[in-house]
Design a binder for this molecule. Structure first.
Ligand code: ADE
Ligand code: ZN
Length: 343
């Protein structure tokens, strides 16, 4: 019986490094939480809400994404959202997840940051004990807000410093370059936080340069527009800066017209440490394996491409060396099992 690269992609152990936990909130859970919290929604049904998920660009998505997150009020809401994500991750053979959260989306509505962090952290603990999935939280600053607001958010989060490993930068990209946040990221580096930033999703290669040089980002989230700048590609390859690429997100937000036009193969062929991720899976039509399998099929990725993508995800994670070695061993066992079946 022959097997395919897409089947290997689904089975192989992998890390997810670019998932906004608020973007895992499925319409069914939005309605359940609204009911639990006595809130009314501007949509009559789950189907009507899902039908509104027709995006033309990043901002058209963000407007509906922030509205969806408004049903999150209590610690249990954050826990239930993250737990639902971990169950999906387990089904997709995700062994480790580095999870973004947007505290300002919640503190602006009067939800204390303690509620957000405690709810998410308890789900992370439960995922480790009940599912064997490792995880870490990354606090993201909303770049459409001011650097001053980011500083205040960092200050409010410091009592929970042991519960998050790093900081990121997300929300509306164009018009909000990384350099707008140079000082707050310098402070984060002093606090030994790991640094990532969204750049080159809709914004130009210059924003990726700024994320590297001004923020000292260790990974670039998206980064698909790096291919427009050969010197940037050379630098990313030389320093082996990982890109956390999100193919279905790029399709749904019209960064690419068709998955067949997606730059993933070109990124790999350019020698970059590209990874596959789901970004906001409840909004973009799929979790890790949907992203992996659809990309493999659309671009005719090979067995070697699939192995490279899975290896890259482990290499690019902020997990410790012992965990990484264990996951690489599991990955190699899966590859070997597929080789026995003729792939
Ligand atoms: N917040 C949630 N998803 C995002 C994305 N794809 N880009 C920027 N900010 C986001
Ligand atoms: Zn993102």
């Amino acid at each position: 019986m022959s097997t395919t690269p897409a089947q290997l992609a689904a089975a192989i152990p992998k890390a997810e490094l670019h998932i906004h936990i608020e973007g895992s909130l499925e319409p069914e859970l939005i309605f359940a939480l609204a009911q639990r919290n006595g809130l009314s929604l501007p949509y009559p049904s789950v189907e009507a809400l899902r039908a509104a998920y027709a995006f033309t660009d990043l901002q058209s998505f963000l407007d509906i994404y922030y509205a969806g997150a408004s049903v999150l009020l209590h610690e249990a809401d954050f826990h239930d959202m993250a737990w639902a994500y971990f169950l999906r991750a387990k089904a997709d053979n995700v062994v480790h997840a580095e999870i973004f959260f947007d505290p300002q989306t919640h503190t602006a509505r009067g939800v204390p940051i303690a509620t957000v962090v405690n709810g998410l952290a308890s789900a992370c603990d439960r995922a480790r004990t009940e599912l064997g999935i490792g995880s870490a939280l990354i606090l993201c600053f909303l770049r459409h807000l001011s650097e001053e607001n980011a500083f205040a958010t960092l200050e409010a989060a410091l009592p929970y410093r042991p519960r998050f490993i790093g900081v990121g930068l997300d929300s509306s990209e164009v018009g909000h370059p990384p350099s707008k946040f140079s000082r707050v990221f310098a402070r984060c580096r002093e606090l030994d936080l790991r640094i990532v930033a969204h750049a080159g999703e809709e914004g130009p290669p210059a924003y990726i340069w700024e994320a590297l040089n001004d923020l000292k980002a260790e990974r670039i989230d998206h980064g698909v527009r790096s291919l427009e700048d050969p010197a940037l590609v050379a630098e990313l390859a030389r320093r082996r800066v990982p890109l956390t690429v999100c193919p279905l997100s790029n399709l749904k937000l019209c960064v690419v017209r068709d998955l067949k036009d997606h730059p993933m193969k070109r990124l790999l062929d350019a020698g970059l440490c590209a990874t596959v991720n789901s970004d906001d899976p409840a909004y973009f039509g799929g979790y890790m394996n949907a992203n992996f399998v659809q990309t493999v099929e659309a671009l005719n990725l090979t067995r070697e491409d699939v192995i490279a993508l899975a290896r890259n995800s482990v290499e690019a994670s902020f997990a410790d060396a012992a965990d990484k070695a264990r996951w690489i061993e599991q990955l190699e066992q899966t590859v070997e099992a597929f080789a026995q079946k003729g792939l």
